[in-house]
Design a protein around this ligand. Sequence first.
Ligand code: HEM
Ligand SMILES: *[C@@H]1O[C@H](CO)[C@@H](O)[C@H](O)[C@H]1NC(C)=O
Ligand SMILES: *[C@@H]1O[C@H](CO)[C@@H](O)[C@H](O)[C@H]1NC(C)=O
Length: 470
Amino acid sequence: MAFIIFLTLAITIFFILIFRIITSSPGSKLPPGKTGWPILGENLSFMVNPAKFISDRMKKYSANIFQTSLAGAKMSIFCGASGNKFIYSNESKFKTWLPPTLVDVLSLTNIDSTSSPWKLFDEQLHKFLRLESMQHYVPIMDTKVREHLEKHWAPFNQVKVLPLSKEFTISLFCNLILKIYDSDQIKELAKPYHTLVKGIISVPLNLPGTPYNHAVKASKLIRDKLVELVRQRKMEVLEKKDHVNVDDVDFLGGLLRASIEGGDFISEMELVGKIVALLFAAFHTTSNTITFLMAHLAEYPDVYEKVLQEQLEIAQSKEKGEILNWKDIQKMKYSWNVVCETMRLKPPALGGFREASTDIHYGGYTVPKGWKVHWSVYSTHIDPVHFSEPERFDPSRFEEKQGRGVYVPFGLGPHMCCGREYARIKVLVFLHNVVTRFRLSKANPNERVIYTPDPVFVDGLRINLCSQKE
Ligand code: HEM
Ligand SMILES: *[C@@H]1O[C@H](CO)[C@@H](O)[C@H](O)[C@H]1NC(C)=O
Ligand SMILES: *[C@@H]1O[C@H](CO)[C@@H](O)[C@H](O)[C@H]1NC(C)=O
């Protein structure tokens, strides 16, 4: 018996050695780094602080590429401006990949965006979100922001920015993407949505009572509600297909119309899964940006004054109470630099994930086909090579143009975030309305920021409000 065990061990060791020799042969060296614990991988250290996770490993292993294990998968992290550019100019070597927990909770059966129904979804989405169409949404966004501030900010001396901006995010999304305006209907979607988001970033254990299990259930609830909505909208589109009112073209309406015209039906379940995923892409990102922007305005009075100056000039060039338009947005140059510096230091999205669809040679190493790949905003945003004293908040950095692949909050290349104009307009309109109405100070100057893995204020950022003198 002992002999058999010994023999098995010896054979195993022999094969491991052979394997090592083969895999370490020149030209097919795996990227340096370690994969950590089984299943969990290095997941924990990543979740606790992705910024430190990336910069520590860039110092320890290589500033170009290292390996780790995240979200249950072997993963190579491409670093630096060259790593970002490599991924973005070599799209054909990669395919779309999302962490399995996300795919599971959203019940996405197919994330390959080149398959036919998805092509239509993505085409329509890009059409809806591109700059030329977003320009027309400035007045609507302004109206919505004013309503929001009037209802949720103006009556109070103190507000919690993060939960409010999340609420605003969902409600604006429902208005513009789905044409839902009824506030009860929005609440019915928002409530399970918060449960869903909590579950996605929890331990993926689907047992009764776990946050993950709640998320799976919440997701089903939302999708059932959305399926109802989609059916109803389909009927409407079919009935009214001849007289289209350009003003009420929301994303869903446009998509349903195009799919009916093209005879290219997407299954209802898949469609709503994709809509929930879209909300996910818009949700944390824009609400976090607004929150950290408000924190920076409260922390840096000189920055606040300069933003206020710019925004007052815009307000004074208009009739009192006149709604903002696209031209006004273009004048918000300094304000946009402040937003950019906010997104540099507190990136709203981690970066992107892919899967290697072939063996990939980079920086002297080989990433085997099938490995997952991650590019991280942190590998350049907080690197002193690109930003001197990277910890310092300094919007003037953006007076100069950044090198390609360096400042990448929205990514780069063909998969760059298609919601960036939506996000830009929304955040700037929000900023305009806040500074022209309120002075801000932090209720607790020591409120901590933790990573979840997105950076968030532990208490949602409590801010004291003072109304702005006319
Ligand atoms: C400050 C706000 C936002 C930031 C920083 C941000 C950032 C990003 C990043 C880094 C990516 C990944 C690119 C990659 O995989 O390489 C991405 C993708 C995406 N984002 Fe955003 N995003 C924001 C807001 C939004 C909004 C508001 C929407 C929708 C209305 C949106 C929709 C999308 C979609 C659909 C993708 C996938 C694009 C593709 O794979 O082709 N994002 N975003
Ligand atoms: C990684 O760890 C965090 C923290 O425990 C957890 O929330 C997350 O679900 C884990 N992800 C995976 C895919 O294991
Ligand atoms: C894309 O891949 C090719 C071949 O691996 C490489 O020579 C090229 O430099 C890559 N592009 C960038 C911008 O890194």
